[in-house]
Design a protein around this ligand. Structure first.
Ligand SMILES: [Mn+2]
Length: 235
């Protein structure tokens, strides 16, 4: 059975959270979800504080067959060289560094990475790309539909030949609960789906798949949304 490492972060201060659909989808496909909480690797009270972030993520990634980077709050704009704009919402700086290190290590070890919502954004940023801090402010439609997180809200247009499109078996309607999105795409990634108003909704790269919508909230109603997870679990 494949072991899939899943990263996650804060719900509110001092409390972690992970939508149950992420491990749920892995279990649905016969995999073992392994949860890796975002850590700094600098425990202040430890007498064994010789763990660097690099050595910690090396251990973590070694334990799994592939990596799933889950959704969450905003990416810190300093990560892509920008000052915060007024529309910026809560950020998770510790998580930014942790997940960027996990992604880098997974790529080094030749393990696949599926990155969802914030995950796709940190994937792009960690490889040198930038984000729109707020899609509405940048002139796009409203993509933040928390009131309909389990429903499809807009369509996506796939690029011909996309691996994800083939796995989706014709499903093109998705949910949308993000207010940030990819601006400049990182080298090594290619756009494979966008929304009608031009927001990048999925990217692919060598062993990399990024999805801006939330299939972990849709697969129970429409199993075609297991597509990304199937890709992650495949050899
Ligand atoms: Mn969207």
């Amino acid at each position: 059975m494949k072991r899939i490492g899943i990263t996650f972060g804060l719900a509110v201060d001092h409390k972690y959270s992970l939508h149950m659909g992420y491990p749920g989808a892995i279990l649905e496909l016969g995999g073992i979800p392994m949860m890796y909480v975002s850590v700094t690797a600098t425990p202040t009270l430890s007498h064994h504080s010789d763990l660097s972030l690099a050595s910690l993520v090396k251990e973590f990634v070694s334990e799994v067959d592939a990596l799933l980077v889950s959704g969450g709050w905003d990416v810190e704009p300093a990560q892509y060289g920008q000052a915060p704009q007024p529309e910026l919402e809560a950020t998770e700086p510790v998580r930014d560094f942790f997940e960027a290190a996990m992604i880098e290590e997974a790529r080094r070890q030749g393990k696949k990475v599926l990155a969802i919502c914030r995950g796709m954004q940190i994937l792009n940023v960690s490889m040198g790309g930038t984000l729109y801090q707020d899609l509405l402010a940048a002139g796009f439609d409203q993509h933040q539909r928390m009131d309909r997180e389990y429903e499809t809200c807009h369509s996506v247009i796939f690029e011909p030949g996309s691996e994800l499109a083939a796995l989706m078996e014709g499903a093109t309607e998705v949910n949308t609960i993000h207010h940030q999105g990819i601006d400049r795409l990182a080298d090594g990634l290619r756009v494979v789906a966008h929304s009608p108003d031009g927001v990048i909704e999925a990217v692919e790269g060598d062993g990399l798949l990024g999805i801006q919508w939330h299939p972990e909230r849709l697969y129970e109603a429409d199993p075609r949304h297991l597509a990304g997870f199937r890709w992650l679990m495949a050899d």
